[in-house]
Ligand binder design. Structure first.
Ligand code: ADP
Ligand code: MG
Length: 623
């Protein structure tokens, strides 16, 4: 099945001429959505049966109503008995309808809540498994994705819940009313239905079409403002420090105002259609009255039949009008379903990617494109061979034909001005992105052919931004390792090496202390050390440090650096550093300049060369 790519999805909301195409996909998405409800088939049958009960009560009502009106001709006892009987019947119908509504509401609520929760879980699973490049895209910012995660599954719930129940009821309402009116006078019934249905449904269709378009635009605008709000709240410290409160509020308001202004324009048109479709029902009823009057005046119809048919058609046409009022809702939901399906369909994670390269023999039984696990050894040589890399969101290459080799157990450092591509090298080594040209080798195997999970198990990355998750200090350090294999002694020793053990011990609950959401309670340096401990406990073959110690003071930085060097035996260490003092002891230093390595060698050799490195050392007053 063809599904929308995200860029196309955006186009739906902005370009009118794509509406036709979007409608096609709309139904596809809706179809897929319904197919996925197969497991709830039993519950839907219960819903349909109870809806049949509730919906057909309208036909019964029209029968009882006609009986009541036509008993006016008789006064006294007969009228009393007749109305008593009709009351009793209505009482029975009321109880039956009440029961049907109760079961229907209960089942639809249960099915829709469950579905919402399933979709939300799946949505999140799909988002979280996307390659890093997915998150670089403008339309996939954290704000947009969280807004969608919140709204899209809820919209599905709204459709599958009471809305679906109401559609079922009105379908049975129309069926019941049609059957009873045809039964009591096919000529009158068919003429009125034939004259009114196309008008009612046609006008409703145009209204819904319009609202469908409006809805998909609406949700994009909403996501846009939600994104802005999330970003502003996330950066609240910057906002406060720069006293941006007013500016931020007015920008948010401008986004919303723009939205409201557009809504008003759109709503005007849909209100005209709304008014028109309701007046059309009345016009049709006027026609029915006229035609019925003619049939009555020629004694072709008994007043009882006339009343049954008239009342039934009135009820039925109002219900048919209701069908279409669910249109915008269905539109909303289908836009949501389309986004959920897109999230599924879009570029899967790297490790599920196939390859056209010749495959290697696979004795470990993993994917046939993957190198068997046994060949990945601890400690590794890393080489780049003429690697060119361009970020998918940027036009120009960031790495321009990079070649270097870092031997097993070496301590390698990348230095250079910011923006020269150091972090990009680390990202490529972590396989957050894939180089467009050239090869990256891990022990002479191209990293693209190694199972991603296994590969990453051999790596530890400490980045500049330390991120903590909700939970205890212990659980934060043990992220990504099997807790059962780690003893307290190992944990404490890793923390001692990272220079954080004493601090943790001084906390009220020691290692069991909650770090608070996003670790707000810890300083930058403390968070950094926690993530260093996290890296050490994994006992990686390759340790990647991207300005990992830059938020520590120079005294602690030196201590931590020594720890890295001490524990580095047998382990390859790739360090990106701003302060050159920390890399003096590196086996090899690569000096980066605009995506290229301009110098390489150890500290002494580079100083002797009196080039870039020498200049940088001078600038940092190291000489
Ligand atoms: P360094 O770590 O040396 O400061 P980076 O590797 O972070 O430099 O960045 C190199 C270049 O790539 C910069 O021009 C930067 O703007 C760009 N860049 C970095 N990350 C991304 C990204 N996720 N998407 C697009 N461009 C990026
Ligand atoms: Mg960087």
């Amino acid at each position: 099945m063809e599904l929308l790519m995200p860029t196309e999805l955006l186009m739906i909301s902005t370009e009118d001429d794509t509406t036709k195409a979007s409608e096609g996909r709309f139904f596809q998405s809706f179809g897929t959505l319904m197919m996925e409800q197969k497991c709830n088939l039993g519950w839907y049958l219960v819903m349909i049966m109870t809806a049949a009960g509730a919906g057909s009560s309208y036909a019964i009502q029209s029968y009882l109503f006609a009986r009541f009106i036509t008993s006016f001709g008789f006064w006294g006892d007969y009228l009393r008995k007749s109305t008593n009987f009709l009351c009793l019947m209505l009482f029975v119908v009321a109880i039956g309808v009440g029961l049907c509504y109760f079961v229907l509401g209960w089942v639809s609520n249960m099915v829709s809540t469950e579905t919402k929760s399933l979709y939300r879980k799946e949505y999140f699973r799909n988002i979280i498994a996307k390659p890093i490049s997915f998150f670089d895209k403008e339309q996939n910012s954290a704000g947009t994705l969280t807004a969608r995660l919140a709204t899209d599954p809820t919209q599905l719930q709204q459709l599958l819940g009471m809305n679906m129940a109401m559609v079922f009821i009105s379908i049975f309402n129309v069926i019941g009313c049609t059957v009873i009116s045809v039964y009591f006078g096919w000529k009158f019934a068919l003429v009125v239905i034939a004259a009114s249905m196309p008008i009612i449904l046609g006008s409703g269709y145009y209204r819904v079409r319009h609202e469908v378009k409006f809805e998909s635009r609406n949700s994009e605008v909403f996501a846009e403002s939600a994104k802005f709000a999330t970003e502003a709240i996330r950066a609240i410290r910057t906002v406060a420090a720069l006293t941006l409160e007013k500016t931020i509020c007015s920008r948010y308001e401008a986004l919303l105002n723009d939205h409201i202004r557009k809504s008003f324009t759109e709503a005007r048109f849909s209100m005209i259609l709304f008014a028109a479709s309701d007046s059309l029902v009345l016009l049709c009823m006027a026609f029915a009255l006229w035609y019925g009057g003619t049939l009555l005046s020629t004694f072709e119809y008994h007043p009882f039949n006339f009343f049954v048919i008239y009342y039934a058609i009135l009820q039925g046409s109002m219900a048919a009008g209701q069908w279409l009022s669910f249109g915008p809702n269905i539109a909303q939901v289908t836009a949501a379903a389309t986004r959920i399906h897109n999230m599924r369909a879009e570029a899967p994670h790297l490790h599920s990617r196939g390859s056209t390269r010749p495959t290697r023999p696979d004795t470990a039984g993993s994917s046939r494109y993957m190198i068997p696990l046994a060949t990945i050894q601890k400690g590794a040589d890393i080489s780049f061979r003429d690697v060119w890399f361009t970020y998918p969101t940027r036009p120009n290459p960031v790495l321009k034909g990079l070649s270097f080799t870092i031997r097993h157990g070496q301590f390698a450092a990348f230095v250079g001005p910011s923006g020269s591509g150091k972090t990009t090298i680390i990202s490529l080594l972590e396989r957050f992105y894939e180089a467009q040209c050239g090869n990256i080798l891990y022990n002479s195997d191209d990293i693209r052919f190694i199972s991603l999970r296994r590969y990453r198990e051999h790596m530890s990355l400490v980045a500049q931004e330390a991120s903590l998750f909700r939970g205890t200090v212990r659980s934060n350090i043990l992220l990504g390792v099997d807790e059962r294999t780690v003893t307290d002694a190992m944990l404490h020793s890793a923390c001692r090496d990272a220079g954080i053990h004493d601090f943790i011990a001084s906390l009220p609950q020691g290692y069991e202390t909650d770090v608070g959401t996003s670790g707000v309670a810890l300083s930058g340096g403390q968070k950094q050390r926690l993530s260093i401990a996290r890296a050490l406990i994994r006992d990686p073959s390759v340790l990647l440090l991207d300005e990992a110690t830059s938020s520590l003071d120079s005294e602690t930085e030196r201590e931590v650096q020594e720890v890295f060097e001490r524990t580095a035996s047998g382990r390859t260490m790739v360090v990106v550093a701003h302060r050159l003092a920390t890399v003096q002891r590196a086996d090899v230093i690569f000096v980066m300049q605009d995506g290229r390595i301009v110098e390489r060698g150890d500290h002494q050799r580079l100083l002797a060369a009196r080039g870039w490195y020498w200049q940088m050392c001078q600038a940092q007053a190291m000489l």
